[in-house]
Design a protein around this ligand. Structure first.
Ligand SMILES: [Zn+2]
Length: 416
């Protein structure tokens, strides 16, 4: 299974928006850009909602039929480890191996030594052309990288082999993610992480490093934009160089776990991948779920009441809902509107506060982030929520398609 040059990771928490998401990709196709969908849903999301990977598979297959989608499509076991992978084996054909927990846990000393030895030729010939953030790599640097990342990569190897044994090596796409680590990886570190991945024999097709800055859920980038741009471009060069040097799969590309809505970065990413003729996997998260809320609010009546009730409950249960997302949200509670105020809002006011449109003074990123993690409330509403989604289907679908196409696909893959 060889992942195409451009792919987009989309989430569909309640399994209702697959067709609306595919229509966004069909619009891209009409503009001459082929992007294949990868539906991602993590163990955390499945547990919160009470679904299983087979539910995702079913929803996705139905959507593909409904839209007459003829290209590839994938179901991603997002951020899995050896503990959680088995649940996904039957339904997934894309596996994001998350080994961030093993970063910094020191590997066997002999293994680190032999890694340093195998890489010591790069102390003379580094840097990679065009990579300016690192001009020299010493044996000490290599040792530090080995100590920090070797065990994590070894763990990725174990998970990969576990999947390959069950599914057959050529029947799935492998991604390795370190984006949930505590510290970003520099382009030079990325190069040696890829070296270690090659030594483990993992046929990696996408790699998700942790970039500089914060990739919070559902809101724009927080951080040094220019530094990100420089690092991102260098990462592309590093990957191209690593493919040749370590005989990694030719289609290996960057995966950006965006957390959705990194509108400031999208034009920079587009410029860099175009300039270097590089592929990209853009993973989004939760932007479709928030469009469901926008659509319900726009629908008015009972739809709007549900959107407001979800906020009220989310506000009351903020500690519980935020806990699993602590490191990827940044909510200033003082800036959250009182639920009684929100219950009095018109549907227009609700939508303005929720939609990520920074040109509107009413937009409230704290409100948006709380609702982002508030999907558990909708899940608990069960059939009341799902029935309303069906009732407002057209309004919601239009928003889902437009959001994905105009706000994500166009700036990243097509260029505005
Ligand atoms: Zn991630």
């Amino acid at each position: 299974m060889i992942l195409e040059k451009y792919s987009i990771g989309v989430g569909d928490r309640f399994g209702q928006q697959g067709a609306a998401q595919l229509r966004a990709l069909q619009q891209a196709e009409q503009r001459g850009i082929k992007i294949v969908p990868v539906w991602n849903k993590s163990y955390r999301e499945h547990t919160t909602i009470g679904t299983e990977p087979s539910d995702t598979r079913r929803a996705v297959d139905d959507a593909v039929k409904e839209c007459g989608w003829r290209d590839s499509y994938y179901v991603d076991a997002d951020h899995i480890s050896l503990k959680t992978v088995d649940l996904f084996l039957d339904s997934s054909d894309f596996f994001t191996l998350d080994v961030a927990d093993y970063i910094g846990k020191t590997a066997d000393e002999k293994e680190v030594d032999s890694f340093v030895k195998s890489m010591s030729k790069f102390t003379a010939s580094f840097p990679i052309p065009g990579v300016q953030t690192t001009t020299k790599v010493t044996e000490e640097d290599l040792y530090a990288i080995g100590c920090k990342y070797l065990l994590a990569v070894k763990e990725a190897g174990s998970v990969y082999r576990h999947i390959a044994k069950k599914k057959g090596a050529s029947n799935f796409v492998t991604e390795v993610s370190t984006d949930e680590a505590n510290e970003p990886q520099t382009p030079a570190q990325l190069f040696f992480i890829l070296a270690a991945i090659a030594q483990q024999g993992i046929p990696i097709q996408t790699i998700a490093p942790k970039f500089t800055g914060r990739f919070l859920k559902g809101i724009d980038y927080v951080g040094a934009v220019e530094q990100f741009a420089a690092e991102f471009e260098e990462d592309l060069l590093v990957i191209a160089h690593a493919i040749k040097t370590f005989e990694l799969p030719k289609n290996l590309k960057l995966s950006v776990h965006s957390g959705s809505d990194k509108f400031t970065l999208y034009p920079l990413i587009h410029r860099a991948i175009t300039k270097h003729n590089a592929g990209l996997h853009l993973k989004t998260a939760g932007t479709t779920w928030l469009e469901e809320l926008v659509g319900l609010a726009l629908f008015g009546g009972e739809g709007q009441a549900i959107a407001q009730a979800i906020y009220t409950q989310a506000y009351e249960r903020i500690d519980e809902l935020c806990k699993p997302y602590e490191s990827v949200i940044d909510i200033d509670r003082a800036r959250l509107p009182d639920p009684r105020t929100v219950s009095g809002w018109s549907s227009g006011e609700y939508v303005t506060a929720l939609r990520n449109d920074q040109s509107k003074p009413g937009y409230n990123p704290h409100f948006r982030q709380l609702l982002h993690v508030g999907y558990k409330v909708a899940a608990e509403m069960g059939s009341r929520y799902l029935a309303m989604l069906k009732k407002s289907r057209e309004v919601v679908a239009e928003g889902v398609t437009e959001n994905l196409f105009l706000r994500h696909i166009v700036p990243v893959f097509i260029g505005s």
